[in-house]
Design a protein around this ligand. Sequence first.
Ligand SMILES: [Zn+2]
Length: 339
Amino acid sequence: MLNSWSVAGQSRRRVRRPGRLVAAQIVALCMLGCQRGNPSGPSGATASGAEMSGRVVSSRDGQGLAGARVEIEGHAPAETDASGLFRVAGAGAGRRALITAAGHLTRETSLKASLTIDLISLSPPFAVDFYRELARNATGSALQPLQIWDDPPSYFVRTVDREGRPVSPTVVALVVRVVNQMVVQTTDGRLAGLAVESGPEPPVDLRGWVDVEFTSDPEYALCGEALVGTNPGRILLSLNDSNDCGLGTAPSPGCIAHEVGHTLGLWHISVPGLMQSTVVAGATCASGRLTPIEEHHASIMYSRSRHNTDVDVDPSPITGRTRSRGAAVVARCPLVLPG
Ligand SMILES: [Zn+2]
């Protein structure tokens, strides 16, 4: 199936014809539930003269964590006060820091001029094993860095399948709807400015885009497949009704959402019955929405940066972009059962 992606890649050399795009839809997303802000406390951290100060908060509720230990390279450890504040004399932006607190994952990060450091709470519903499956491909051969988007991707939904047949407008509209709801749900609204367009030919330059293709090839035995968190991203959906993908010759909402989840950096879950399970079925298949447990862990993923590594290590500003092309992993999906 890798060859099929190279076939798709040929489309990059086509001349873009904006006038042929149809059903263009630009969606502005709201910022929801963002835990990065610190509106009430001391405004983040400052590197004032020879002192670095900041605040350590919990991902559970955004509140300051008392008694957290902050170890900055080259300096004696500091401890946060009752409101989560810390100060370290002589520390400057760019230094690496290790932050630990009871009931939370230890985080390694780089100090910034303005600094609020949130630690991932180990309280339910968070579970490290589940997070490693969804965010790091623990069901695969090796744990991966986060393959999330730092900037909002655009999605292009093709209106002609690989065999040259028109795709039903109903199917195109369904994909557009599911893409919109999945991006908002998976990222907790963090990626404002999502664009979803459709037409017979995608943009020439696909950087920043996810190209959604269809096939009615009777030899294609899957319901769909996608690249996990790559830029450009790719999805292939089956219109072959003999594959039993949910809605006759249309993919089910669950099948579409599952593949969109892959493009947003979600891997497979070993627990059955969830959206990113290897077999999507039942109500989840019909709804096209992440389950609450997946939504919780996906929101934590998108509170981090691309290439954050296990367990919670942020990339260095100097070396963090060395794998910026991401892992070109094709997540193939087995049959998606009718809802
Ligand atoms: Zn899959």
